[in-house]
Design a protein around this ligand. Structure first.
Ligand SMILES: *Cc1c(COP(=O)(O)O)cnc(C)c1O
Length: 410
């Protein structure tokens, strides 16, 4: 066995090409699309596909209502509108997430307040959330980052104590479970994304889950300009301001076929990551992702962290060495926490919330743990097509590099 990293002239650890798997969109999606077109309407209120998707999703998740929309961002915005989040309200969010979690808060004229994360689970730290609750706080958006799940019991307890709404952002965690319940079913609402990069996709699309009948009615209005299309509606005219976030029958058709594949996709990702963890456990110089207590993650990415003092190199060094081994990896995810994005430092984020510039102490919002996660994080992409050989070669590459640096590069 050759123990010299490829970066320093050794043999590449990745000897076999990555698994390719089945095409993502196949005969099932095509058949659904043909049926949708044959309806001679692509409008959700007239066709069957979106209605069926909503019914099947709600049934699968054991929740009363599923309301579709155009994206994960639209799902979050729809939830905020339906919950009545208004100018000046504060919404507690994760500093590491997709902008789709944050923009809707800003479009409501509300203020995103960033709380810190747990160092190895990468989800909201309930203690930090508690510290950042003020009399203006109205909601917490629990981002289930990278397929792990927030401590939902702790966040729900905070919501109960302070009269807040719990919004689950499950865009990266389709199929993850918290104490046996699928994520997206514990909060007042659970939001999902079907964009191209998520566990399942219809190009772009979104969905919101809720058990609350009144909220479901508002969610529906919030996706359709406020129009009430129910046959028995007494008032059809809009009762509140809303966008057009309607899913079309084409997206509904593809998403239906994809939903049928979800369990298989999640199972394969779980098995692959569990294999990787088993091989990497105890490796010095790095820390592995840790699922929140009671959680079975669905692994959107596998993020490990380097401990530079122990490893002898940093996240960039490890990523560069892995690339030389033929292993896919990327350092730092989004680079900076969201509050360091130009949109925040330049204050253009607050076009709809001008008061936020004066009332929020942005320095006090810093999240040191989140900053360290991004600084030291190395992301290993996870895909259902990955093979056991892929896991073994990735693990071997990491251990070889760690051992080399551990011996001072000898
Ligand atoms: C992808 C994503 C979104 C936004 O979804 P889109 O469909 O791209 O609008 C929101 N939150 C998180 C955590 C995401 O990963």
């Amino acid at each position: 066995m050759n123990n010299t990293p490829a970066l320093f002239g050794g043999e590449r650890a990745k000897q076999t090409p990555y698994g390719v798997g089945e095409p993502r969109y196949g005969d099932d999606e095509l058949r659904e699309l043909q049926e949708a077109l044959a309806q001679n309407t692509l409008f959700y209120a007239q066709g069957k596909k979106v209605k069926l998707l909503e019914a099947e999703f709600a049934e699968k998740y054991g929740v009363k209502h599923a309301v579709t929309c155009t994206s994960g961002t639209a799902a979050i915005h729809t939830a905020l509108m339906a919950l009545g989040i208004s100018p000046g309200d504060e919404v507690i969010v994760s500093p590491i997430t997709d902008m789709g979690t944050i923009s809707p808060v800003l479009f409501q004229g509300a203020i995103p307040v960033f709380a810190d994360l747990t160092p190895h689970g990468y989800t909201l730290d309930p203690d930090s959330v508690a510290e950042r609750i003020t009399p203006k706080t109205r909601a917490i958006i629990a981002v289930h980052l990278w397929g792990n799940t927030c401590d939902l019991d702790a966040l729900q307890a905070l919501c109960d104590r302070h009269g807040l709404a719990l919004i689950e952002d499950a865009a990266q965690a389709f199929g993850a479970t918290y104490k046996g319940c699928p994520v997206g079913t514990r909060g007042a609402v659970g939001c999902f994304s079907f964009n191209e990069f998520k566990h399942i996709s219809c190009g772009d699309g979104g969905l919101v889950l809720t058990d609350d009948d009144a909220l479901a009615e508002k969610l529906r209005l919030a996706t359709d300009k406020g129009y009430n299309r129910r046959p028995d509606a007494l008032v059809r005219q809009p009762t509140f301001l809303a966008n057009n976030y309607r899913m079309t029958e084409l997206q509904g058709a593809v998403a239906r076929a994809q939903l049928r594949k979800l369990d298989g996709i999640v199972e394969k990702r779980r098995a692959w990551c569990n294999r990787l963890t088993a091989k990497l456990i105890g490796t010095p110089g790095i820390t592995l992702p840790e699922a929140t207590h009671g959680v079975d993650p669905s692994w959107w990415f596998y993020l490990l962290r380097v401990v530079p003092e122990a490893l002898g190199t940093d996240a960039d060094g490890l990523t560069k060495a892995l690339a030389a081994e033929g292993v896919r990896a990327g350092a730092h995810y989004i680079g900076d926490p969201i509050y360091r994005y130009p949109i925040f430092t330049g204050k253009s984020a607050f076009a709809h919330a001008p008061h936020a510039c004066d009332t929020v102490d942005w320095e006090a919002q810093r999240c040191p743990v989140a900053e360290q996660i991004l600084e030291t994080g190395v992301m290993i992409p996870v895909n259902e097509a990955n093979t056991e050989t892929d896991a073994d070669e990735v693990a071997f590459a990491i251990k070889k590099i760690v051992a080399w640096y551990g011996k001072g590069g000898a």
